[in-house]
Design a binder for this molecule. Structure first.
Ligand SMILES: Cc1cc2nc3c(=O)[nH]c(=O)nc-3n(C[C@H](O)[C@H](O)[C@H](O)COP(=O)(O)OP(=O)(O)OC[C@H]3O[C@@H](n4cnc5c(N)ncnc54)[C@H](O)[C@@H]3O)c2cc1C
Length: 408
């Protein structure tokens, strides 16, 4: 059997139920369903045929951005779409290629949404239109080489307010000087703007800055040799006396607490990625099980294989159902951080089991990217760790249900 035979076009599964076994997608309104189908067409034509090659080559396909922008999926809430639609967009992108979904999520759910949420009128007028239409791209620079899970308290990157005329510290100055380092920054090698989080030297409060990525003193280098999300370009970024105008500070950010609303939104989207990852694993494993023959019959005829497929489906549907409820809570304005943390930790734990079962169903072919499953399996590891690792999200829930923090 060749990889070509396993392409979606050769699928014998079209008449079978989809991985959305409880048909949650039917909760979308007709306009949203039509838009989701438009996205599917784009993904099938522009992404699916090339995604494995981009991943193998660790190359980001910047040429797709104008067509992606034409779909007008940025800032769904402002366009009148439901939270469920926004989540299914990320799940569907992930189902085809986790890296493209991650690019989209970092740019839209962290950079563009931050401009909306915290930008001044002047900043929004200057930056938002180009960003929403992907004529410019953004990244979110929070994690540091020495501080990942504990970055809120441990952040070492410093911001000092100065006068650009005298170069001296000045509490009412027109500029800031940034010094420090950030690690793992998605889109960081090529983006136009970085949202940089740094500690104000004068009082220790965390500030947010919109930083032009070409400013003097800022260097960025690509993180090489990744085993997950290879298409996404993650950067190490160093700031050495980078001068940023006061006009590029988020005036709406007074402390790290203020970023939590933003991170809650992006954490929800990462949980939707864990859903998309499972849908993809089920799609690929079921197709393979129907086509691959051993002992003179398709793998799908073996009871153990059916059990594995059903476990995968159950995990995917349970995760999807949980996210549908989160979307409902968002509509009511009441999905709190502990609920979101449970959604992220639960869906990513189910995802890890699902992709492992899928990889096993493909046997040896499950470890070569030609058959897609190896890429799905590997990309799941990034989802498990970013936007609060599985452990940290579990501990957020543990704190909520016991009243006692075991994080630090
Ligand atoms: C592919 C990828 C993309 C990313 N993109 C971005 C980005 O765009 N912007 C950005 O700012 N960051 C980004 N990150 C960083 C990501 O958010 C961090 O990797 C994550 O927060 C974990 O931090 P760490 O890797 O430093 O692990 P650490 O914090 O060092 O943790 C290591 C291990 O210890 C566990 N651990 C830590 N503390 C505790 C505790 N109190 N109790 C129990 N276990 C604990 C963790 O769960 C983990 O298993 C990205 C990461 C990856 C892998």
């Amino acid at each position: 059997m060749t990889a070509e035979r396993l392409s979606p076009d050769a699928s014998p599964v079209e008449s079978l139920p989809t991985a959305d076994f409880f048909q949650f997608e039917s909760l979308l309104n007709p306009a949203e369903q039509a838009k989701l189908n438009q996205l599917r067409e784009f993904l099938a034509e522009e992404i699916a045929p090339y995604a494995t090659q981009w991943w193998n080559d660790a190359e980001f396909p910047a040429h797709i951005l104008p067509k992606l922008a034409e779909l007008q999926l940025s800032t769904p809430a402002q366009r009148g779409y439901s939270h469920l639609f926004a989540g299914l967009v990320i799940a569907e992108m992930t189902r085809v290629d986790t890296s493209i979904a991650t690019f989209f999520l970092v740019h839209h759910d962290l950079f563009v949404e931050a401009l909306y949420g915290f930008g001044s009128e002047e900043q929004r007028a200057r930056l938002l239109l180009d960003a929403a239409n992907l004529r410019t791209t953004g990244a979110f620079a929070l994690t540091e080489p020495q501080h990942g899970s504990d970055v809120a308290g441990g952040m070492e990157t410093r911001a000092r307010r100065i006068s650009s005329v005298t170069g001296e510290a000045d509490e009412g100055g027109d500029s800031w000087v940034l010094n420090g380092a950030k690690r793992w920054i998605g889109n960081g090698t090529f983006c136009d703007y970085l949202l940089v989080w740094a500690r104000d030297e004068s009082n220790g409060a965390v500030r947010g800055f919109i930083v032009d990525a070409t400013l003097p003193g800022l260097t960025r280098s690509r993180i090489e040799n990744k085993i997950a999300l290879r298409t996404v370009q993650n950067a190490d970024i160093v700031f050495q006396n980078v001068m940023v105008a006061e006009a590029d500070r988020f005036s709406g950010i007074g402390s790290f607490e203020d970023t939590k609303e933003l991170l809650r939104g992006s954490r929800i989207m990462v949980a939707w990625q864990a859903v998309g990852q499972q849908l993809a694993a089920f799609d690929v494993a079921r197709q393979y099980a129907l086509e691959r023959e051993q002992f003179g019959r398709p793998l799908a005829k073996f009871q153990l294989i059916q059990q594995q497929l059903v476990t995968m489906l159950g995990n995917a549907v349970a995760s999807l159902g949980m996210m549908v409820r989160i979307a409902q809570l968002q509509e009511e304005g009441s999905a709190d951080m502990a609920q979101v943390a449970l959604a992220k930790s639960y869906t990513s734990a189910r995802m890890r089991e699902t992709v492992a079962l899928g990889r096993s169903i493909l046997g040896g072919n499950g470890i070569v990217t030609d058959y897609r499953m190896a890429k799905i399996f590997a990309d799941a590891e990034a989802i498990y760790t970013y936007e609060g690792s599985f452990e940290i999200n579990s501990l957020i829930v543990g704190r909520a249900v016991t009243g006692v923090s075991a994080i630090a």
